[in-house]
Design a protein around this ligand. Structure first.
Ligand SMILES: *[C@@H]1O[C@H](CO)[C@@H](O)[C@H](O)[C@H]1NC(C)=O
Ligand SMILES: *[C@@H]1O[C@H](CO)[C@@H](O)[C@H](O)[C@H]1NC(C)=O
Ligand SMILES: *[C@@H]1O[C@H](CO)[C@@H](O)[C@H](O)[C@H]1NC(C)=O
Ligand SMILES: *[C@@H]1O[C@H](CO)[C@@H](O)[C@H](O)[C@H]1NC(C)=O
Ligand SMILES: *[C@@H]1O[C@H](CO)[C@@H](O)[C@H](O)[C@H]1NC(C)=O
Ligand SMILES: *[C@@H]1O[C@H](CO)[C@@H](O)[C@H](O)[C@H]1NC(C)=O
Length: 375
């Protein structure tokens, strides 16, 4: 069927279930999600939260060994994350993870978001738990999809990739190279159809929203689903992966023909981040010229430069098994899991210490003259 996960995905915004406000009351987290109905197809779609592991200026992919790195990131996943991550099996190095599934020691990271007040100073915008992820300490919601049994090849130990372009400040010539978008929420965790984030022009924009978002701003970042079948990495961390020849399919379809250069279909990874802008919506504090006040940690006030980094770290063949076993959302009896109070205990020690939460005159590491978009 055309929408293998459509039936399941629709209920995520049906509005009949209590929405997460960040608290965890000890109930079965899976219940409200699974109550929405069964998956509509033969494939797998994991959806689970990973709490904050650390917020710091490190980037082992783009700036290996550099401490501090060029701009701030928010990082989730296993505690083997550090300034330098050679091609190793990090599931053997990590001892805990902030992710729901305890065999997932992968690391995932994105740029942070900041509010620029009218007086020119910046404050970090906190993240909030996603819908049905009550109790998560901020972090990222992770999706892995596969269209059917044995339809995708899970990543190998050491595999890493990057999607998006931190330097981009325009939609010009976006082509097939990037899939990322924003959604403006009217109330926390509610913002219209959940179908195909990044492909619904009614709800999604490829740039930061220009109006206040009473329920926060969601950022989605979708990784390519074709791989060259050989390289664990490439010089720009992108060349070894590719979108299908017809361009990226809408999220959760996970289909399309891979190019000859990248013939192996991999699970599609999507990151979802909810920024809690609620305390920054007073337009008295917004720039006098009416422009929107949010800026990524790269200095990007357009949002086009959002990007996601991934270092694979699932233990043994656990991800492959999950992809081939019709796992749906968090319903995956093969995979051991942990509840928020436990995953929130895992963290990565800060090795690039600096002020991350006060009002600051400049964004850490960023030259605003060269980073901001000048139309
Ligand atoms: C806990 O939260 C769930 C989902 O929001 C709700 O269905 C349940 O009634 C709550 N349980 C208690 C004891 O408050
Ligand atoms: C979240 O919702 C629960 C149940 O409605 C409530 O008891 C709690 O105070 C709320 N927490 C926050 C931070 O709003
Ligand atoms: C990061 O961890 C790896 C693997 O344990 C180690 O080889 C490397 O030296 C560490 N790097 C730093 C900067 O701590
Ligand atoms: C700038 O504005 C923010 C928001 O109103 C305020 O909290 C902060 O103290 C101001 N900083 C300075 C240096 O005036
Ligand atoms: C998937 O691959 C496994 C291992 O090769 C095989 O045993 C199984 O029959 C395959 N399942 C399907 C539905 O092709
Ligand atoms: C969880 O998945 C299993 C295996 O696919 C399925 O039999 C079961 O009905 C699912 N549970 C719920 C509550 O959807």
């Amino acid at each position: 069927m055309l929408w293998p996960f459509g039936v399941g995905a629709a209920f995520l915004v049906s509005g009949t279930y209590a929405r997460s406000n960040g608290s965890y009351n000890g109930s079965d987290l899976d219940a409200p999600m699974l109550a929405g109905g069964p998956r509509g197809g033969p494939g797998a779609m994991l959806r689970f939260g990973c709490s904050q592991a650390v917020i710091e200026r490190l980037d082992p992919l783009v700036n290996p060994d550099l401490n501090p790195s060029a701009h701030m990131h928010q990082i989730v996943g296993g505690n083997a994350f550090n300034a330098s991550m050679p091609l190793e099996d990090i599931s053997q190095l990590a001892t805990c993870t902030t992710c729901h599934f305890t065999q997932d020691f992968s690391n995932y990271w994105t740029a942070n978001l900041y509010f620029k007040a009218r007086n020119g100073t910046y404050k970090r915008v906190p993240q909030m738990a996603n819908q049905f992820n009550d109790g998560d300490a901020g972090g990222i919601t992770i999706y892995y999809t596969s269209p059917g049994t044995n339809a995708t090849t899970a990543f190998k130990p050491g595999f890493r990739m990057l999607t998006g372009d931190a330097m981009r400040r325009t939609s010009e010539n976006l082509g097939k190279n990037m899939q990322q978008c924003y959604r403006c929420f009217s109330e926390p965790n509610f913002g219209g159809s959940m179908y195909s984030p990044c492909f619904d022009p009614k709800w999604d924009t490829d740039h930061l929203p220009k109006q206040p978002c009473p329920g926060g701003i969601r950022s989605n970042i979708i990784f390519p689903l074709c791989w060259d079948g050989k390289s664990l990495d490439s010089p720009d961390h992108r060349e070894h992966i590719a979108h299908p020849v017809g361009g990226p399919p809408s999220f959760s379809i996970v289909t399309g023909t891979c190019p000859e250069s990248h013939p192996v279909k991999i699970p599609q990874v999507m990151l979802e981040v909810n920024w809690d802008t609620r305390s920054f919506n007073d337009e008295i504090e917004w720039p006098e010229d009416g422009s929107q006040p949010f800026v990524l940690s790269t200095g990007d006030d357009t949002g086009y430069g959002q990007h996601g980094d991934y270092v694979f770290g699932w233990q043994d063949d656990s991800l492959q098994l999950a992809m081939d076993s019709q796992c749906y959302l968090r319903n995956c009896s093969l995979l051991p899991s942990q509840m928020p109070p436990d995953k929130n205990k895992c963290s990565v020690p800060v090795t690039a210490p600096e002020n991350i939460d006060g009002w600051m005159d400049t964004l850490p590491g960023v030259d605003m003259e060269t980073s901001a978009y000048t139309p």
